[in-house]
Design a protein around this ligand. Structure first.
Ligand SMILES: *Cc1c(COP(=O)(O)O)cnc(C)c1O
Length: 383
């Protein structure tokens, strides 16, 4: 475990985010908490324990490794859905433990059926259809064959879900593409119906789609970024607020990331700071080093871009982010001492630093920065 920083997870903030979402979606829509990427960096084991205490009983993960962590933590008290990778030799574990999973190709469908038959236990599958993202999913033209196969194999396969995923619902620039995807999904639904087999539930929405395209909510929403208290993009926040009288952001950030000042020094005007020549001191400066770098998940793309909070004030990251260290400008900040708290994400005095405000390079930066935060930094749940 690293001692260079600590991640705090605010249980009350999460509980309130979930309450907000339940209110938006209504009681009938299941909220699946998406916890891939180490629960977006929050710490998978710690996060699902806390989310369960906050009333969440459905979790979506990317692969078997993550599914096993959720299963070891919460056993059969919750539903676990694998949206991505299952290696052939893990299928047996998955089926035996009634873990649900996406099936998006003929090969996996056949393999699933064979193993379920051998185990004498039905596999619980969600059929993913390709609607236009062009990543994974059965093509529309193959759907009727899939339906026939599911009917034939109904002793071995439980057709629990029909699903898809949208290619960028967080941006209005993709409006037309996403709308077309919704149409294709409806066609796939109709084909199953006409073949005489229907899923128990249908789902398609991620955070952005669930807000911007309400018709995509269906029976279950797969909610990642919003439950952690971040909007998928500014556009989604604006589209939500547009429909409201009070223009108050209802989300609360769950994570905080705190470190400390490791060392302080003065640099003369005209000197370069850090590797190479990316930053030159234009005046005499005072700088502080922080014992965190890209190996701990502080993205290198935040070189000369990021901000931190020290003594309740914003400080710029200067020079390149190193493997284990970064440097910040504290010239204007009085009385900084070695050991002082440094906030990378979170509040300090009256100011707050959410991940997005590190940089406007890309709204995808939130997802990337969060999921990269090193697993070996301790996570502490605040109740
Ligand atoms: C990551 C993911 C989600 C959740 O996305 P958010 O934007 O974080 O809500 C939903 N569905 C699939 C298939 C995903 O991969």
């Amino acid at each position: 475990m690293h001692k260079n920083s600590v991640i705090e997870i605010n249980s009350i903030a999460h509980k309130e985010n979930i309450a907000f979402l339940r209110n938006v979606f209504g009681e009938k829509t299941i909220i699946s908490s998406v916890v891939k990427g180490n629960a977006y960096g929050h710490g998978l084991k710690e996060f699902v324990e806390m989310a369960f205490a906050n009333g969440v009983t459905h979790f979506s993960v990317f692969d078997v490794e993550e599914a096993k962590i959720v299963f070891d933590t919460l056993e059969d008290k919750v539903t676990i859905l694998i949206m991505g990778f299952v290696a052939d030799d893990d299928l047996e574990w998955v089926i035996k433990n009634q873990i649900e999973f996406f099936v998006f190709e003929r090969y996996r469908l056949a393999k699933t059926s064979k193993i379920a038959k051998k185990l004498k236990q039905k596999a619980i599958v969600h059929i993913e259809v390709e609607t236009g993202m062009n990543r994974t999913g059965f093509e529309l033209r193959t759907v009727s064959r899939v339906a026939k196969y599911l009917i034939k194999e109904k002793e071995n396969i439980y057709f629990k879900g029909l699903c898809t995923h949208y290619a960028g619902a967080e941006s209005i620039a993709n409006y037309f593409r996403v709308s077309k995807q919704i149409e294709v999904f409806k066609k796939a639904e109709a084909i199953f119906k006409s073949e005489g087999i229907q899923p128990k539930i249908r789902h398609s929405a991620c955070s952005a789609a669930s807000i911007a395209f309400p018709e995509t909510r269906m029976d279950l929403v797969r909610i990642g970024i919003i439950q952690y208290g971040f909007w998928p993009s500014q556009e989604i926040l604006v589209s939500y607020l547009n429909s409201k009288k009070n223009k108050i952001d209802p989300l609360q950030r769950v994570i905080s990331w705190k470190s400390e000042v490791m060392s302080i020094k003065r640099v003369k005007s005209g000197e370069f700071i850090g590797y190479g020549t990316s930053y030159i001191a234009r005046d005499n400066m005072k700088i502080a080093t922080i014992p965190l770098g890209y190996s701990h998940g502080y993205c290198r793309s935040l070189s000369n871009q990021g901000k931190v909070l020290i003594n309740g004030q914003y400080c710029d990251v200067i020079g390149t982010v190193n493997m284990n260290m970064l440097t910040v400008n504290i010239t204007e900040i009085n009385n900084v001492k070695k050991g002082d708290e440094v906030v990378l994400i979170g509040n300090q005095k009256s100011l707050s630093l959410s991940v997005a405000s590190f940089s406007d390079l890309s709204n995808m930066l939130n997802y990337e920065l969060l999921s990269r935060i090193s697993k070996t930094i301790p996570r502490k749940i605040l109740k």
